[in-house]
Design a protein around this ligand. Structure first.
Ligand SMILES: C[S@@+](CC[C@H](N)C(=O)[O-])C[C@H]1O[C@@H](n2cnc3c(N)ncnc32)[C@H](O)[C@@H]1O
Length: 467
């Protein structure tokens, strides 16, 4: 009855709004679409026509027309003003920070000129860094921790002004010992278990082991990190896997574009070149016989690796006469004549050596004065979550690949007494690309940072005097 009344009613035909008609339509009451007064008398005729015309245009043109409307322009003016205000606020905070930093630096410089031995470790590192002097890997690591600590103190209000920040190494140790990082549990990393445990159970076991382990005081180093596997002679392991080595690595390396890094390594080599731990010769595709290299010697401790490398090279360059192949350990190279090579190159060898520091010292010894050691390595990163993963899987990695992939490469280079003139990282920092030199050799012009080249550095060395 209601339906009939509604259908028959004149009021319903003229005054019930469209939305009501739609709702009724859904319940089966099909009304002729009702018209509003504006529709009936076409009050907004021009506007309606315009709206219909716009609707018929493609979406891009509709947007283009909208951008030209006064409505849009007014709205944008508001946005611009808002954005400008936000930028101004950010700029204020940035300049304020810079001002405080500069004041802090001034204080450190004054202290340095008055009595350099009074500089604390943090101040010394800060001064070095701001004078354009490259920090040693361990110094860099420490400075990073000091900076993290400073940020945290500023954030929680313990430190009000930068000028008051001058912690002692003991303060840093204390702060570091309270950090969560050592207790991080690597959730979700499943260990495929040979001992019959399910993935989840294996994770649990390893986690408990990690937490129970005595963690040494202070930032972990290669010597104190209990998760770094004991050094081992990996020659036999590599000799055994030599035949499958290329096949098992091929896709992984393609996936992470390792070829680019290998190319970089080979491009840096010049003159008489020695490649240590050459393996199966995975850098051969990037060797240019007509380029800067005068001769190349390949060396590895695993005889089968050298065999494959030699075969690969000969197939590719049958007429190249200045290539030699040798079986030998990097640690035993001290029997070689010193100063023979212009460049020593090495890819992913430090993780495989029994004594990587000795190996590096030997490589340095055979370099001619001014020669360079070019390294492409993998190891610890700047990210704790990744380091935890590397630590967690270190045992398995050592067993299957003879590789200590959680070593801090920077520390090894520092322990070998080398200076780093170029450093770049890839793959979240785990791939290290380094150019090293003996400390007594001068920097080449092309190795100096651009600004240093342009302006010259005010200070070439910063030392703490008698401290
Ligand atoms: C991870 S592989 C890297 C091979 C190759 N450089 C590459 O980029 O594929 C490590 C290599 O180091 C070699 N190696 C292990 N211990 C060595 C040592 N003490 N002296 C020289 N080479 C060694 C192994 O035989 C193996 O070929």
């Amino acid at each position: 009855m209601f339906r009939q009344a509604l259908l028959g009613s004149k009021v319903a035909r003229t005054l019930v709004p469209r939305s009501t008609a739609r709702v009724l339509g859904r319940s089966g009451i099909n009304l002729v679409p009702l018209r509003t007064y504006a529709d009936r008398f076409d009050i907004n005729k021009a506007e309606n026509l315009e709206a219909r015309r716009l609707k018929s245009l493609p979406k891009t043109q509709q947007w283009a027309q909208y951008f030209q409307t006064t409505e849009f322009k007014k709205m944008m003016t508001k946005y611009y003003v808002g954005m400008f205000a936000v930028l101004l606020i950010a700029l204020y905070y940035y300049m304020n920070d810079k001002y405080k930093e500069e004041k802090h630096l001034k204080k450190i410089r004054r202290k340095y000129h008055e009595d350099r031995s009074s500089l604390s470790e943090y101040e010394f590192l800060k001064l070095k860094l701001t004078s354009g002097i490259k920090l040693k890997p361990r110094e860099e690591k420490k400075f990073e921790l000091y900076t993290k600590m400073r940020r945290e103190l500023l954030k929680n209000g313990t430190l009000e002004t930068l000028e008051l920040y001058d912690p002692t190494p003991e303060d840093l140790e204390e702060w570091y010992s309270k950090q969560e990082v050592k207790k991080v549990v690597i959730a979700g990393v499943s260990e495929d278990s040979s001992d019959g445990l399910s993935g989840k159970a294996a994770v649990k076991t390893s986690t408990i082991e990690m937490l129970m382990e005595e963690t040494p005081e202070g930032p972990l180093t290669n010597l104190t990190n209990p998760k770094i596997q004991p050094a081992l002679d990996t020659t036999d392991l590599f000799d055994d896997i030599a035949a499958e080595y290329d096949d098992s690595l091929k896709w992984e390396e393609r996936g992470i574009l390792m070829g680019m890094r290998r190319k970089w390594l080979m491009n840096k080599a010049e003159g008489h070149v020695l490649e240590v731990a050459c393996g199966t010769g995975r850098n051969i595709p990037y060797f240019n016989p007509l380029g800067k290299i005068d001769s190349i010697t390949y060396m590895d401790s695993a005889p089968r690796m050298v065999e494959i490398c030699q075969k690969k090279f000969r197939e590719k360059y049958p007429n190249y006469r200045k290539a030699a192949f040798a079986v030998g350990k990097a640690e035993n190279m001290d029997t070689l004549n010193p100063h023979q090579y212009d460049t020593v190159i090495e890819a992913f060898g430090l993780c495989a050596y029994e004594d990587p520091v000795k190996a590096l010292r030997n490589m340095t010894r055979v370099l001619k004065p001014g020669g360079r050691l070019i390294l492409l390595e993998h190891g610890r990163t700047h990210y704790d979550f990744l380091n935890n993963h590397l630590d967690f899987r270190s045992e398995k990695r050592m067993k299957t690949w003879g590789c200590r992939w959680n070593l801090d490469i920077g520390e090894i280079v520092e322990d070998a007494g080398l200076d780093i003139t170029y450093e770049k990282h890839a793959h979240f920092g785990s791939t290290w690309m380094l150019i090293c030199k003996r400390p007594e050799d001068p920097m080449r012009l092309d190795e100096k940072p651009f600004l240093k080249k342009l302006l010259g550095s005010k200070m070439n060395t910063v030392d703490r005097g008698d401290k």
